[in-house]
Design a protein. Structure first.
Length: 66
């Protein structure tokens, strides 16, 4: 019950799978980034800097007396 490949051809097959998986993940990431960029369509220019929650002052927080 070892994880080591038995033959050199088995190792080559494992390496090919890893390479193919890496390429597919990279391509998927590029597609997702392109999709996000197309959805934003200039909205990044309207956004403020930092996280929206970081700009909340202590007086703006809801009270816990419900």
């Amino acid at each position: 019950m070892t994880d080591k490949p038995d033959t050199p051809s088995k190792k080559a097959e494992i390496d090919q799978r890893a390479k193919r998986r890496s390429e597919q993940l990279r391509a998927n990431l590029m597609r997702r980034k392109a999709q996000i960029r197309s959805r934003r369509s200039g909205a990044e220019d309207e956004r403020g800097e930092g996280l929206p929650a970081a700009n909340v002052s202590p007086n703006d927080e809801p009270s816990e007396t419900d």
